[in-house]
Design a protein around this ligand. Structure first.
Ligand code: HGY
Ligand code: MN
Ligand code: MN
Length: 400
């Protein structure tokens, strides 16, 4: 292994940042023109590092090391949330390129649609481990405009490509470098996080049906206002969840759409995207039971009806002890007293890859903890330190 070329690593990151640039961040929704341009950019980079580069039928970009094993898989995602950060995902993919450039026996992967622009969630990494059926692809719709995943794949030129599967036994383990997307490292004055576990995201859609009607002629006693029912239910959830949740549970309403959405019309329908997260399945199940009870109570009390749809249920993951040891040893050597073990409040492809091989993650600080916003950022110094720790950890884990 040659030393990690941190200048080339940072150059790659800043070059990729230009594709779909939005203020200081990027806008690269999955399968958009700019997303596909970034995938082509990545394939060129992988080829330049001596890997066999390919893109599969769901958009996974894979760089395969040509030499003998044992191999480590390194990657993350390259699409982004809308108008979001330049590092979420891209960091872990470009980190893989840097390790390949240093001559480590790594395969590199950009998993498609980690950000869930299409229903189902983690399409690429789930496809690679054999957990994405064709009929799920048939059913999947874009979360913003409702367009079909099949149409997006066709428009992106991917429809006729086969989907790849990870080769059993080829990889000793998986490493993902990621920004923390929180404030713990920054507040503790630390620069490296060795991730212990990754939360699961359980995603729901609440569809409230009332009666579209006139905002003036319809008295308050007779109206069926789907918007009011939705917000009362969300308030009831927010009041009840603290009683049954875990220490690091979170719950979020990311989208409420009122139809028809005019100021003088009582909304006849409210469509809500709601999710909750925790690292414990028992806690997630408690939160689901509470959600179902609150929906049932809303249907008893309200004039509108509420339907609860399950959109996706990910599986939480504990990180592999041997990989955590390699990351901790590398952090001790390169960033002594500047690191800590910590959980991930964000979901990651690593939690799917962990279902078929040992997996681990390394965090670098997010300035102000900001993520899923175009102002997301990490200093170049912290990025450079992180990639050196990752390279040393990969070398240790491979037993060099
Ligand atoms: O939402 C998440 O945790 C991930 O960034 N998609
Ligand atoms: Mn991410
Ligand atoms: Mn993200």
């Amino acid at each position: 292994m040659t030393p990690i070329d941190t200048d080339a690593f940072l150059r790659d990151l800043h070059e990729l940042r230009q594709i779909g640039a939005f203020h200081t961040g990027v806008h690269r929704p999955t399968y958009s023109a700019q997303d596909m341009e970034s995938r082509r950019w990545l394939m060129d980079r992988l080829t330049a590092c001596g890997l066999d580069a390919s893109i599969d039928g769901i958009g996974n970009v894979f760089g395969r090391h040509k030499g003998p094993g044992p191999h480590v898989l390194v990657g993350s995602h390259i699409e982004t949330q809308n108008e979001a950060g330049w590092l979420d995902g891209a960091l872990g993919v470009v980190a893989g390129v840097a390790l390949a450039r240093a001559g480590l026996p790594v395969d590199v992967c950009a998993f498609a649609d980690e950000e869930g622009h299409f229903e189902g969630g983690f399409l690429g990494s789930r496809s690679l481990i054999g957990d994405l059926a064709e009929d799920e692809i048939d059913r999947s719709r874009n979360r913003t405009d409702g367009s079909a995943l099949r149409d997006a794949l066709r428009a992106a030129g991917l429809a006729d490509k086969p989907r790849m599967r990870l080769e059993p036994g080829r990889h000793k383990g998986f490493l993902e470098m990621h920004i923390e997307q929180g404030t713990q490292l920054e507040q503790a004055g630390l620069r490296i996080g060795v991730v212990t576990g990754i939360v699961a995201i359980w995603q729901w859609r609440l569809v409230v049906t009332g009666q579209q009607d006139h905002a003036g002629g319809t008295t308050m006693a007779e109206r069926k206002d789907a918007g009011l029912t939705a917000v009362r239910l969300l308030a009831a959830i927010d009041a009840e969840f603290p009683r049954i949740c875990g220490e690091r549970s979170t719950w979020t309403t990311g989208r409420i759409v009122l139809e028809p959405g005019a100021p003088s019309i009582i909304p006849g329908q409210a469509s809500v995207l709601f999710q909750f997260r925790d690292v414990s399945v028992a806690v997630l199940e408690r939160m689901e039971a509470s959600l179902r009870a609150l929906v049932q109570e809303a249907n008893r009390r309200e004039r509108c009806t509420v339907e609860l749809e399950t959109v996706s249920k990910a599986i939480p993951a504990l990180c592999d002890p041997a990989i955590m040891r390699a990351l901790s040893t590398a952090a001790d050597r390169i960033a002594p007293a500047a690191w800590q073990a910590m959980p991930s409040g964000a979901g990651h492809d690593a939690q799917n890859i962990a279902r078929v091989m040992p997996a681990g993650m390394l965090f670098v600080p997010s300035i102000g903890g900001i993520s899923h916003h175009w102002s997301e950022n990490t200093s170049d110094d912290d990025l450079a330190l992180g990639i050196q720790v990752l390279g040393e950890a990969a070398r240790l884990y491979l037993g060099d």
